[in-house]
Ligand binder design. Structure first.
Ligand code: TRP
Length: 339
């Protein structure tokens, strides 16, 4: 019997994480574990964006190690590397190629309005390089290469996605329908994890060590960091982000990791002390991260396997990318070759 050919293609999801520093509990709750939920419905590409990482100075041997580590984190978070295309950006030259072309469709004025550029150039005044400036054109290339429909990102990347949409539309206006104009895909609200020391700010791996939980932190380190987390002095366990940001953050972490409501968790803990709250968060974080860490360790101990996954997936990504890229080359007027 003939099998029916599907009439609708799966929508494409693309996201990237920089292999600079290790991932945090915030990355896990806000991004990584949600990726798993998309793997059956969508064609997903998850990229280790090492080319973006070198817009600030990196130590080569560390960067190399972190690329593998991040790939292993993707897989250890539950993503099936046979279903999801997990790969390194630098392994697929099409990213660089399209990025150059898109640079020629992106205005200086647009790039200079990007807040990430302003922040990073303030932070790295000794190295305000052109790559840092054109970073968003590379990100646009990442996304547009695959005719991406949905881009899971945090709020801090919204401006880059808007620019990607503008570049896509501008290119399409000149050359016809070449690129799918992508949409952002935002996780549920309330899943933002805040710094353990300054709970008014987002948990970030570029802040000091004791403000965030690294996904690979051993249990005793997790215990110590949470023990030292900032709370407040009124001693009441209540969810109130404005007046009690520290306590609220700890409550949200439990709620997020156990997929329960904040009300539920607050009811469970009300009347108890902050010590009990912290013990509860600690146990919950350790329990969640334990299987991830075990899997990560296993993967990192088998580099040939990791490399084979990355090679295979880079191959798949290249194939997909080449469809868009050859169309783009023709549209902009590059002469044919190799026929
Ligand atoms: N700029 C993103 C960040 O710093 C990382 C990134 C690069 C990305 N390319 C992307 C995210 C494409 C989504 C889609 O977080």
């Amino acid at each position: 019997m003939e099998t029916a050919t599907p009439t609708t293609r799966k929508k494409t999801v693309f996201s990237g994480i920089q292999p600079s520093g290790t991932s945090t509990l915030g990355n896990y709750i806000g991004a990584l574990r949600n990726f798993k939920l998309l793997e059956d419905e969508f064609q997903c590409l998850y990229c280790v964006v090492d080319m973006h990482a070198i817009t600030v100075r990196q130590e080569a041997s560390k960067l190399r190690q972190r690329c593998l580590e991040l790939a292993a984190i993707y897989i250890a978070s539950g993503l099936d590397p046979k279903k999801n295309i997990i790969y390194c950006q630098s392994h697929v030259p099409a990213h660089a190629e399209l990025s150059w072309i898109l640079n020629c469709y992106t205005y200086m004025g647009e790039l200079s309005r990007m807040t990430q550029f302003k922040d990073k150039s303030a932070k790295h005044q000794d190295n305000i390089n052109a790559g840092l400036f054109t970073y968003p054109a590379l990100m646009a290339a990442d996304i547009l290469l695959f005719q991406t429909d949905l881009v899971p990102i945090g709020a801090d990347q919204k401006q880059h996605l808007e620019l990607t949409r503008d570049i896509a539309q501008r290119f399409n206006n000149v050359h016809g329908n070449v690129f799918t104009v992508p949409e952002g895909y935002f996780g549920k609200v309330g899943s933002r994890v805040m710094s353990l020391q300054e709970p008014e700010r987002k948990m970030s791996k570029s802040d000091p060590e004791d403000t965030f939980i690294n996904l690979l932190d051993p249990p005793d380190v997790i215990r110590r960091k949470i023990k030292r987390a900032v709370t407040d002095s009124d001693g009441e366990i209540r969810f109130d982000t404005e007046n009690k940001p520290g306590v609220s953050n700890l409550l949200s972490i439990i709620a997020a990791l156990e997929y329960r409501s904040i009300e539920d968790i607050t009811a469970e803990l009300s009347g108890k002390g902050y010590g009990a709250l912290k013990d509860r968060v600690t146990d919950c974080v350790i329990q969640t991260l334990e299987p991830l860490q075990t899997e990560h360790k296993k993967l990192m101990a088998d580099k040939p396997y990791l490399h084979s996954i990355l090679d295979e997936n880079a191959e798949k990504a290249s194939m997909l990318a080449s469809r868009t890229l050859s169309k783009v080359r023709r549209k902009v007027g590059f002469a044919e070759h190799g026929k």
